[in-house]
Design a protein around this ligand. Structure first.
Ligand SMILES: [Cu+2]
Length: 434
């Protein structure tokens, strides 16, 4: 694999050494990996819970900005339920992801030609949080790791509602959703970017980023309009823990489109990249999503036998996750040929070896995509999603002589991102008992 132009092996080494030196007094505080496990519903014991998440994360040296760290989810495992085997209820955990992290924040302005890579050259670090302020603000109980990552158990509105014959009826039940929400933020000079990973009780992972902090200019004019294009990098795993036959290398990544074919609407599945590294587009009229599935990991749910098969029979449906975009639009204007990362909303590449610290920037993806085969390889999936920030009075304050002052106001957050949704991963509707 080729490497990003600005992160040669020596550069990475220097960055790693510099991070260690600069942070020698706080190495334990900022670089120690940690993990958390939470069961749903909140308050249930691990032996009686319906579902659960186990998530690990760490801080790694930024390959370009020496001395700065980046926040990386290094493992996400979901407990999909219990199976009774030989009279004993056994938890079934699925390793969903090996890595999940922000991969870019690209900010091109309509005026001036300024086009900032806020997660690359303009990155100024994982922001330190004021524990007292966060504890006052956040839902309880709150856990804060290394002054950088907050864990909250959050409400998630209505998860499901029953209906009955003739419509909704008074005896119907509903369920309030819950989530384990992890959030932190990174900064890029005047801007601050809250980063949120919400791990829901139904197996969904909601990934979001927002922009806040102070605007670059004092004027709320349309000439100061800019995009905040967030991007993420993830490594699907999709294996049941303990299944030695499961191979993440077999994962297939497909683009799913609702498309008119010969006058008929159809759901069309196409290999992302066609077996080699490559990218493809989000099409609003086709509700484009991605499907990641692992043929080497069947669902395993007991099903009636057919065709003379000998019991017990189980579902061979591969477990999977859909990547569902949440979008406001898509940027296509390139100021130069070096901005090829703007060409597509989805990319798939071969995972480099070793996986850490190499090929982690969406804005450098042109140097990663070089036509290598994906057959039998671990895959990295990339997605970008941005919003158009037209500065308004609400983002600014009023200074002396009644003039606008960016430093006396604050940019109001606008979140963008995507959802990761289980597909044929559970046995039944999660958190629902008929
Ligand atoms: Cu902005």
């Amino acid at each position: 694999m080729t490497r990003p132009k600005a992160s040669c092996p020596i550069g990475i080494l220097i960055a790693a050494i510099a991070a260690t030196l600069l942070c020698s007094s706080c190495a334990v505080k900022y670089t120690t990996a940690t993990s958390t496990e939470r069961h749903f519903p909140t308050g249930s014991s691990p032996s009686s819970s319906e579902t659960a998440w186990r998530v690990a994360w760490t801080f790694e040296p930024h390959p370009v900005k020496a001395g700065e760290l980046i926040w990386v989810i290094t493992k996400a495992e979901f407990m999909r339920g219990r199976r009774t085997v030989q009279g004993r209820a056994t938890e079934e955990w699925v390793r969903v992801l090996d890595r999940l992290a922000v991969a870019s924040m690209f900010v091109p302005y309509v005026e001036s030609g300024n086009r900032y890579k806020d997660f690359y050259g303009y990155y100024t670090g994982v922001a330190e949080l004021d524990k007292t302020a966060v504890s006052r603000l956040a839902r309880k109980p709150t856990y804060i790791h290394g002054d950088r990552v907050v864990r909250e158990m959050t409400d998630d509105f209505v998860r499901w509602m029953e209906n009955g014959p003739g419509g909704y009826h008074a005896a119907a039940r509903l369920r309030r959703g819950e989530a384990m929400t992890l959030w932190g933020m990174f900064s890029a000079y005047n801007y601050v970017y809250p980063v949120v990973f919400k791990f829901r009780d139904d197996g969904v992972i909601q990934v979001r980023i927002a922009a806040s902090g102070q605007n670059l200019r004092d004027q709320p004019s349309t000439a100061n309009t800019h995009l905040h294009i967030g991007a993420w990098r993830l490594e699907p795993h999709l294996c049941l823990l303990g299944n030695a036959n499961c191979q993440p290398e077999q994962i297939e990544v497909e683009k799913v489109s609702r498309r008119v074919v010969s006058g008929q609407e159809e759901i069309v599945f196409e290999s992302l990249g066609g077996g080699v590294e490559g990218g493809d587009d989000w099409v609003g009229s086709e509700f484009t999503a991605l499907l990641m599935k692992n043929p080497s990991q069947p669902n395993g749910r007991p099903i009636p036998c057919s065709g003379g098969a000998t019991p017990p029979c189980t579902s061979s449906a591969p477990i999977g996750y859909a990547l569902v975009p949440i979008r406001y639009g898509q940027a296509r204007f390139k100021a130069s040929a070096t901005e090829g990362f703007l060409d597509h909303e989805f990319w798939v590449t071969r995972r480099p070896t070793p996986p850490a610290l190499a090929e982690i920037f969406y804005t450098e993806i042109q140097s990663y995509v070089n036509g290598e085969s994906l057959a039998g390889q671990r895959k990295v999936v990339w997605h970008k999603s941005g919003y158009n920030h037209i500065p308004r009075y609400e983002d600014l304050g009023i200074g002396t002589n009644d003039t606008f002052d960016k430093n006396l106001g604050v940019a109001i957050t606008n979140f963008t991102g995507f959802d990761l949704v289980p597909r044929n991963l559970l046995f039944k509707t999660p958190t629902y008992t008929p």
